[in-house]
Design a protein around this ligand. Structure first.
Ligand SMILES: [Zn+2]
Length: 76
């Protein structure tokens, strides 16, 4: 295999089920804050994890970090 193509293939997210973030069940202002926070580089993945934990949703920060890098099953 062409080594450059190999690198490209390795960069493509593996297809799989959507990660835990696709099951987050928030509404109203919480949902809006969550969605804005995910795309805001000033908001850390740990902060989002704590935010969710306070709402009894347990998702590890590395799951959130992976999601933000589009390395989870949610990305097409
Ligand atoms: Zn995801």
């Amino acid at each position: 295999m062409d080594p450059l193509q190999e690198l490209r293939d390795l960069s493509t997210p593996r297809k799989g089920p959507p990660c835990a973030l696709s099951h987050v069940n928030l509404s109203g202002a919480d949902l809006a804050a969550f969605q804005s926070g995910l795309v805001d580089p000033a908001i850390t993945s740990k902060a989002i994890s704590s935010f969710l934990q306070k709402r009894e949703i347990n998702i590890n920060f590395w799951t959130i970090a992976r999601h933000r890098r589009s390395e989870c099953g949610c990305s097409k």
